[in-house]
Design a protein. Structure first.
Length: 90
């Protein structure tokens, strides 16, 4: 997976601002890992299925995730961030 650029959706930005500070720091660290090696095992990157097919998930912790979409040109759009239940709001 080649990453050209990362964009942040408005929902992602709002959700990020509401996160506890320790989770924000983890998210920033994981984004750096994602930039350098999107397939790094610590990210537990996987495609979603069912109604969320076409979206991908990165694990921040056991409870927190980043949900994103990938464009054919390599652009990444971070759509959502939060606890595991964010899947229910997409």
């Amino acid at each position: 997976m080649i990453i050209k650029r990362i964009f942040y959706g408005s929902d992602f930005v709002k959700q990020f601002r509401k996160l506890p500070e320790p989770i924000k720091k983890i998210a920033i660290k994981k984004e750096k890992i994602f930039w350098s090696n999107p397939l790094h095992p610590s990210l537990r990157l996987h495609g979603l299925r069912g109604k969320l097919s076409g979206l991908f998930s990165i694990s921040l912790t056991l409870n927190y995730r980043i949900i994103f979409t990938r464009k054919p040109n390599g652009d990444i759009i971070f759509a959502s961030i939060g606890k595991h239940d964010i899947y229910n709001y997409l």
